[in-house]
Structure formats: C-alpha cells, structure tokens
Ligand binder design. Structure first.
Ligand code: HEC
Length: 395
C-alpha cells in the first residue's frame, strides 16, 4: 500500500512542494501514508471474507440446492428449463456479482428474494441450509467471476457527506447544503457517477446555487460544473482496504460577479482510501490539492478529510442499514500566514427501500476554528444506486 501510494502520489506531492513555498502538501502526503500504514496494520476480523471453503462441499451443496435454477456454470438456466419468466442472474458476470457484498447475498439466500424486493422465485433456504452451508455455497459462487481486478462490494463503504469514496460506483446523488448565515445560501448539486469496467469511474457534478448574501440581494443560477475521473490502484478484501486516485476539473460555469462561482478553472488531483474495521466499522480518507488556473482569483489549497463510522443493520441485515459517521475536515491555503481550518461533520445515513439501493443522509458541518466568515451548514443528500434497480423499484 505504502509503495503504491508513494510512487504514484508521494513523489508528485514532494515535487510540487519544492516548487512553491509552504510545504503543507508534503505534510498531507506524510499524514495520509501514516493513516494507510496504521490502518493497514489493523487487519479486520468482523467483516473479513469467508474463510477458505472446500470447493467440493460448496460445489456439491450448490449442485443440489441451487443448480436447478442457477445452472451448472452459474449463468442461469434458460427460461424453458426453469418454467418462469424472471431472468436468473449470471454469477460469472463480474460486473453484476462483485459489487454485491456477501452479507446481502446471505440475507437473500436465507430469507428469499422478497427480503430485498427481488422475485419470490428465489426461494428462502434459512430452514434448509445452515449458516455455514450457505457460506460454503457462496464461496463456490464467488469463484465463478474469475477476473480479480473487480473490487468486492464489501469495500463499497457508506458515502460520507464530504469525503469521497474510493470504490467506483454507478450512482446518482442529489445534495443540498444550507448556510443560514447572512441572507442565507443554498447549494444543490446533482452528481452522476458511472463505472467504466473493473477499476475506473467518471463523474459529473452540476451545482445550482441560490445565494442571498450578495449586495444585490438573492442571486440564483448554475454554479461551477466539475468533471472527475478516478481509478482503483489497489484493493484487497482480505485486508479490507481499497486505494484509488484521480482528478477533477472544476470549470468556471457559474457567474462569479453574481456570487455563483469561483471564476477560474480549478484542477484537483486526489487520492482516496477506504478501510473496513471490525464490527461493521470503517474509516475513509480523502486528500486533495486544489490548483486554480488563475491565481489572482483563488490561491492553491490542500485538504484532508477523514470519516469514521459504523453501520447498524436492523433485523440482522433484513431491515434498514443505519450508518453513523463523523468526518474531520482540514483545509489550508498555500499562502503565507494562512491557517489550517478545521471542521467536524457528525451525520447519519439510512437506506430507505427494501432493496437498499437508495439512501438518505443528514449532517451538520461545524467549523471548529477560524470561524470568521464561516458558520455551520446543514448537509443533506439522497443517493440512488441505479445499478441495483430503478428509483421506484424495490420499495
Ligand atoms: C427455484 C429457482 C431458484 C433456486 C432453486 C435458487 N435460486 Fe437464487 N435466484 C432465483 C431467481 C429467479 C433470482 C433472481 C431474482 C430477481 O432478480 O428478482 C435469484 C437470485 C439469486 C441471487 C441474487 C440476488 C441479487 O443480489 O441480485 C443469489 C445470490 C442467489 N439467487 C443465490 C442462490 C443460492 C445460493 C441458491 C441455492 C442455495 C439459489 N439461489 C437457489 C431462483 C432460484
């Protein structure tokens, strides 16, 4: 982990650090490497992958209980053979199989399709198979996707408000940030994220600003549109860790003179890290530089964001999932005399439909220091993982 990070980003950071005064970037690098090492050492147990299973047992159980519908190779039996119209999933298709975490599949196998708003033709095996037998079967099914480049869905940790996730996603998020100070300001943003193959993802962010703090009264309109790309560098379900890097370009599409944008193109290289911890806890980290093209309008900046949290599943996984998180945000301009600003963001996320593909989150961003010109903001988002179903499906 350290080597990947160091070659791909550490050198880059040090290089920039030499070019300009203010070695804070180096500190970000060191800080994050430290986090990576520290958390890498704390290998998880709670959510660690299924222990090695004997393939013959898993295979034999699969053949007797699942094969009649899911087929000898896991691709699903044809409709003519199963006698119903519902398509049976293809377990050899990594793009379908890998994003699904084991606990979700265990829930479906134990309680049947309807527990996650799937079809009732996926039967419940909770009475017929022991937890260990289900684990063995899933171990066998997991071997049907043979491309190890796809990170597993367990590493897809709950989305914090400000810390970006390392896992590549197919989702649409709508966010609202309310700043009640002065005349008030509301930023709503639509974020579209799309996965490209096993490791890559691009995203588009379109903000809409409503600003009541300008001298000319309320202003509203498009803010600065951003385009981003990220790539998974390293992932391991055994270590419960995922590391990604990427970049974002923020375009000055908002009208700065009306208080609706930054007025310059900004380049933002970043790294993202996620670590599963025991007992459904997790840690996520996000470090980035913000490099404006026009430095008369904005100065270079760097930030580090950390999120720690824990997920609580209702009804032993059959109900909603609640995730409590707290984020620590540190940000600093690279100008002489600038100080690091700190914020805390306590928040809670909950999955809404039975399918669990839509989640809502609410949090408060609270400045800890440098409070002049900064106040608490209320943050809200609604997230739709459209890969798992339509917005109105699965409730
Ligand atoms: C009678 C037919 C049938 C049998 C037997 C059966 N399944 Fe299924 N299974 C289905 C169907 C149909 C679906 C798709 C449901 C949907 O998409 O609505 C499905 C879906 C699934 C899913 C995917 C859930 C998701 O997240 O998309 C898993 C995992 C699964 N089955 C595992 C098993 C295992 C393990 C066994 C054996 C212990 C088994 N199934 C036996 C019919 C069956």
């Amino acid at each position: 982990m350290y080597i990947v990070f160091n070659t791909l980003h550490g050198d880059d950071i040090k290089e920039r650090g030499k070019m300009r005064p203010g070695a804070f970037r180096g500190q970000i690098g060191v800080g994050v490497v430290f986090v990576l090492c520290a958390s890498g050492a704390a290998v998880t147990d709670g959510q660690a992958p299924a222990t090695a299973v004997s393939p013959t047992t898993g295979k034999a159980l699969y053949e007797s209980a699942c094969m009649s519908c899911h087929g000898p190779d896991g691709r699903g039996m044809p409709r003519s053979a199963v006698g119903f119209d519902i398509p049976v999933p293809d377990f050899t298709d990594c793009s379908f199989a890998t994003p699904e975490p084991d606990p979700d599949w265990v829930t479906v196998v134990q309680h049947g399709g309807p527990v996650r708003a799937f079809d009732r033709r996926m039967p419940a095996f909770g009475g017929a198979l022991s937890a260990d037998e289900i684990k063995q079967i899933l171990g066998y099914i997991r071997g049907m996707c043979t491309d190890a480049r796809w990170p597993r869905g367990e590493l897809n940790l709950p989305r914090p408000q400000r810390t970006e996730k390392a896992f590549p996603e197919n989702e649409t998020v709508g966010t609202v940030a309310i700043d009640p100070r002065g005349g008030g300001a509301v930023t709503t943003e639509v974020i579209y994220e799309r996965r490209l193959g096993p490791r890559n993802q691009y995203e588009i962010k379109v903000p809409f600003e409503l600003n009541g703090t300008t001298p000319d009264g309320w202003q509203r309109g498009l803010g600065d549109i951003a385009l981003g790309f990220k790539r998974v560098l390293n992932h391991s379900l055994e270590r419960g860790a995922i590391l990604s890097a990427g970049g974002e370009v923020i375009f000055p599409t908002g009208k700065e003179e009306r208080g609706l944008g930054g007025g310059t193109t900004v380049f933002e290289p970043f790294i993202l890290f996620g670590q599963m911890l025991p007992r459904d806890s997790f840690l996520q980290a996000h470090a980035a530089l913000e490099l404006p093209a026009n430095r008369d309008r904005a100065s270079n900046e760097g930030f580090v964001r950390l999120a720690v949290g824990r997920t609580f599943a209702q009804n032993a996984g059959a109900g909603r999932a609640w995730s409590a998180m707290i984020e620590v945000l540190a940000s600093r301009e690279f100008t002489s005399g600038a100080r690091t600003t700190w914020d805390l963001v306590p928040q809670v996320q909950v999955t809404l439909p039975t399918r669990q593909h839509i989640a809502a989150s609410v949090g408060v961003e609270m400045p800890v220091n440098e409070r002049r010109g900064r106040g608490p903001r209320v943050l809200f988002y609604l997230l739709w993982d459209w890969f798992d179903g339509g917005f109105f499906d699965g409730w």
